[in-house]
Design a protein around this ligand. Structure first.
Ligand code: ATP
Ligand code: MG
Length: 258
């Protein structure tokens, strides 16, 4: 058992190495059963573990296995050596269009894969993206958040930043919520703040999302604005598909050369 990597909602995450050779490095996430029970999230946690252990994609955090003792559940997770993308974004303020484009492509590819398996992530945001050894995106935390608002932003400030109009308006939603969130993510990468943030608080953000009050600061490329505008559409069926995202000029122009 090595150093703690972070603190989760129900326990800590540790860097660990297997006792058996060859040594294998992974992240061990501990979850206190009593706290899951207290939060009435047993069925949810069970289902999400089931889902995540069946996923295989280079940009989706692998769940290799799990075990438990009387008190705790232990999830054997792929180790994301470069930590949280959120921290990188906070440190740099915002990312270059090239870096943003590459991250957006990786998230789009991961989401296309999830949707092909009929899984909606529903909680795409920088806090739920980790970075692998080569700086590649590792998407984690799936689906939990619908039932368990667990991340920093929801618990600390309760912002609506990544929610689409259909969700803030309390209507039915489908997998296109993830396409919307990808547009918000792309915007936040490039600009350093979310598109519908409002100084007056939740009510203001709510109104801006419902009206799709999208404005760009100066200095953003037309290609980036075009892609973001195609994802941030009021009607879910009008939003660009992930195939469309991956074929878009703003993604293609940074896809090849380093
Ligand atoms: P939160 O409410 O903070 O989202 P959570 O219960 O969802 O908590 P995680 O987000 O999975 O818990 O883990 C908490 C922190 O531990 C992460 O923010 C991250 O810093 C670190 N961490 C988790 N999993 C890994 C991993 N596989 N590799 C590296 N670090 C990790
Ligand atoms: Mg988390």
């Amino acid at each position: 058992m090595g150093r703690p990597l972070g603190k989760g909602q129900f326990g800590r995450v540790y860097l660990v190495r297997t006792k058996t050779r060859p040594a294998f490095i992974l992240a061990l996430k501990t979850i206190y059963k009593s706290e899951v029970i207290a939060a009435q999230l047993e069925a949810q946690v069970r289902r999400e573990i089931e889902i995540q252990s069946n996923l295989r994609h280079p940009n989706v955090l692998r769940l290799y296995g799990y075990f438990h003792d009387e008190k705790r559940l232990f999830l054997m997770l792929e180790y994301a050596a470069n930590g949280e993308l959120y921290r990188q974004l906070a440190k740099r303020g915002r990312f270059s269009e090239k870096r943003s484009s590459r991250y957006v492509a990786q998230v789009a590819d991961a989401l296309r894969y999830l949707h092909s398996k009929r899984i909606i992530h529903r909680d795409i945001k920088p806090e739920n993206l980790l970075l692998g050894l080569s700086g590649e995106i590792k998407l984690g935390d799936f689906g939990w958040s619908v039932h368990a608002p667990s991340n920093r932003r929801t618990t600390m400030c309760g912002t609506l930043d990544y929610l689409p109009p259909e969700m803030v308006e309390g209507r039915a939603h489908n997998n296109m919520v993830d396409n919307w969130a990808l547009g918000v993510l792309a915007y936040e990468f490039i600009c350093g703040f979310a598109p519908f943030e409002d100084k007056s608080g939740k009510g203001g953000t709510f109104m801006r999302i419902a009206r799709v009050d999208l404005r760009f600061p100066l200095g953003i490329s037309n290609e980036a604005k075009d892609l973001i505008s195609r994802l941030l559409r009021y009607a879910p069926h009008d939003r660009l598909s992930f195939d469309g995202v991956l074929a878009h000029p703003w993604i293609q122009c940074y896809a090849k050369a380093s």
